[in-house]
Ligand binder design. Structure first.
Ligand code: ZN
Length: 112
């Protein structure tokens, strides 16, 4: 964990320093172009390695979103399986306990 934080700081500082150096050396537009290509190269490099470096840097939000979506689907599959669930008769919400959490009704029906 500490190594990742150090790597993140190193990466941020290095990227800022590199961008400043490149813009200083090659002018603003060319330097920014070089910096962006290096940045994209770094992203492709880490993605090819299949490491969690991108996740730790917060660069792959879409990946984490799909991961959470998959988790939700898995949960739906579990609840839609052999386990019996109850649905509130007054508001239609899933009831996990004895009474509905939303409206407090005890009227519920079993769903297989
Ligand atoms: Zn209810």
């Amino acid at each position: 964990m500490k190594q990742i934080q150090r790597f993140r700081l190193l990466f941020l500082g290095g990227s800022i320093g590199l961008s400043m150096l490149l813009t200083h050396l090659f002018g603003l537009i060319l330097g920014l172009g070089l910096f962006l290509s290096a940045y994209i190269g770094f992203i492709v490099y880490t993605r090819k390695r299949g490491s969690n470096t991108l996740n730790s840097l917060g660069l792959s939000n879409s990946n984490s979103d799909t991961a959470t979506n998959k988790g939700q689907h898995a949960n739906n599959n579990i609840s839609g399986g052999s386990k019996i669930t109850y649905i509130c008769l007054s508001c239609g919400r899933k009831v996990s306990g004895r009474t509905c959490r939303k409206c407090g009704s005890r009227m519920k029906k079993a769903v297989f």
